[in-house]
Write a protein that binds this ligand. Structure first.
Ligand code: LLP
Length: 389
C-alpha cells in the first residue's frame, strides 16, 4: 500500500493480475514492531506464516524476526527454505497428519501447539519411535469472544480449536505421564483482525485465572503463547498504514501476569504483512447494468478471496485516472455471484485497461489464492523489482 502507485510505469509491462509488495512499507512495519517490542525482553514474536508465504517476503521478514508459526508440513518446509531456524518454529493446527508430525520432529522444531489429547498421544508415540522428546504446549480454548468477523473468531467454546478448559487438567496430567513429550506451557488464539484491546484484556484475565489454577497444583509453566490477532485499518490504509503495536504489547504487559522465568510468545500475521501488499489488476470491461455499472476486472476471487468469503472490505482505487468519481460494483471474471470485490465503490472514472489497486491485500491474499476455473495463480513483484523502470 502506498501513495505513489499511480506513478509506476513499470506496471504497463506486466501481465495482470499480480501482487505488488511495497518493501519500504514492510520494513517500516517490522522496524516499528521491533521498536515497540524492545521494552519487553521476555516477549517474542513468531511470524504467522499462513498470512503470506511468499518466499521473498519470508526471507525479508526473517531478517527482522527469528520466530515463525507454522500450521502444516508445507509451511515448515517454506519457513526453513526462507532461512528460519527450525529451533524457532512453533507448529499449530487442529489436525496435524502423522507425516507432518514426523517431519517436524525430524527438523527439530521448538514446540508443538497441541490441540487434543489424541494428538498428544500420537506425538508421543511418533517421538518414541526415534527416541525423541517433543516439547509441547497445550492450546486451550479460552471461551473468550472477539469483536471481529464470526468466520475468523476462534476462541469460543463452539469453535473447533483447542482443548476445553474442563479437559485441560486431565490432558496436562496425561502429558506428565508420557515419556516422549515435555509439557512446557499453554497456547491461545482468540481470532484475527481484532482492533479492540479489551478483547486481549479478556484473554489475559482468562490466562491469569488458568495459571492460578495450575500454580495451586504446583505446576509452573515457562511458556505462554497468546496467539496473534492484531488488526489493521482496511478502511483507511493511506492514513493508517501501521498497526497499533504499542497498545497491543503494552496491553499484554499490563494485564498478563508474567513471572520472571516465563517467556510470552505472539503469533502475528496480518499486522506484519497486511498493509504492504496490493492486488493490481486491469479493467477488462465496464458494463452498464439496470441501475448500476460494473467494473469487471481481470482479478477475481481466485486471486483474493477475502471479500467473497468473509464480505471483507478492502479499499479500492483506480490508479490510472484522475477523472471525476462514479459509483461502480467492482467484480471479477469468475463464474460465481460472490466474485465481487465491492459494491457501490467510488472510483475515478473507469475505462477498459485502467489499473485498479485493491489495497491491504498483503495478508491472506496470495496465500489463499486458488486455481478455480483453471485460472493461473497470481504472480507477485516487490517494489524493488521496478526500481530501474
Ligand atoms: N495463531 C493462530 C493459532 C492462528 O490461527 C492465526 C490465524 C494466527 C496466529 C495469526 O493471526 P493474525 O495475527 O494474522 O490475525 N483468512 C482469514 C484469517 C484467518 C486467520 C487464521 N488464523 C482472513 O483473511 O481474514
Amino acid at each position: 500500500m502506498n501513495n505513489n502507485l499511480f506513478l509506476h510505469n513499470g506496471f504497463n509491462k506486466k501481465q495482470t493480475p499480480f501482487y505488488y509488495y511495497d518493501v519500504k512499507c514492510l520494513i517500516d512495519t517490522l522496524t516499528l514492531m521491533n521498536q515497540k517490542l524492545e521494552p519487553y525482553p521476555n516477549f517474542h514474536v513468531h511470524y504467522a506464516l499462513k498470512a503470506n508465504a511468499n518466499l521473498r517476503i519470508l526471507s525479508l521478514i526473517n531478517s527482522y524476526i527469528s520466530g515463525v508459526d507454522c500450521v502444516s508440513g508445507g509451511e515448515i518446509r517454506a519457513a526453513i527454505e526462507a532461512g528460519f531456524d527450525p529451533s524457532d518454529i512453533v507448529f499449530a493446527g487442529v489436525g496435524k497428519a502423522d507425516w507432518e508430525i514426523k517431519y517436524a520432529l525430524e527438523c527439530g522444531i521448538y514446540c508443538f501447539n497441541v490441540e487434543s489429547e489424541e494428538e498428544l498421544e500420537v506425538i508421543n508415540s511418533l517421538a518414541a519411535q526415534w527416541n525423541l522428546v517433543a516439547k509441547v504446549a497445550l492450546r486451550i480454548n479460552p471461551d473468550v469472544g472477539a469483536h471481529t468477523n464470526a468466520n475468523i473468531a476462534t476462541g469460543l467454546a463452539e469453535n473447533k480449536f483447542g482443548i476445553s478448559m474442563q479437559h485441560m487438567d486431565a490432558v496436562i496430567d496425561k502429558a506428565f505421564i508420557l515419556d516422549h513429550v515435555k509439557f512446557i506451557g499453554l497456547h491461545f488464539h482468540i481470532g484475527s483482525q481484532i482492533l479492540e484491546m479489551n478483547d486481549f484484556v479478556a484473554l489475559c484475565n482468562r490466562i491469569n485465572e488458568l495459571q492460578d489454577r495450575l500454580e495451586a497444583h504446583h505446576i509452573n509453566i515457562e511458556y505462554i503463547n497468546v496467539g496473534g490477532g492484531l488488526g489493521i485499518d482496511y478502511d483507511d490504509p493511506l492514513q493508517h498504514p501501521f498497526p497499533d503495536f504499542e497498545s497491543y504489547f503494552s496491553t499484554y504487559n499490563k494485564f498478563l501476569k508474567v513471572h520472571p522465568y516465563q517467556t510470552v510468545h505472539f503469533e502475528l500475521g496480518r499486522s506484519i504483512v497486511g498493509q504492504c501488499g496490493d492486488l493490481i489488476s486491469r479493467v477488462l470491461y465496464v458494463k452498464k447494468g439496470m441501475n448500476k455499472q460494473f467494473a469487471i476486472l481481470d482479478a477475481g476471487m481466485t486471486d483474493l478471496i477475502r471479500p467473497a468469503l468473509y464480505h471483507a472490505h478492502h479499499y479500492i482505487e483506480n490508479i490510472s485516472s484522475e477523472l471525476p468519481e462514479e459509483l461502480y460494483d467492482v467484480v471479477g471474471p469468475v463464474c460465481e455471484s460472490s466474485d465481487v470485490f465491492g459494491k457501490d465503490i467510488r472510483l475515478n472514472w473507469v475505462e477498459r485497461g485502467d489499473f485498479i489497486a485493491i489495497e491491504s491485500a498483503g495478508a491472506y491474499g496470495e496465500s489463499m489464492a486458488s486455481c478455480y476455473n483453471c485460472r493461473p495463480l497470481p504472480k507477485s513483484y516487490l517494489s524493488c523489482d521496478f526500481d530501474n523502470e
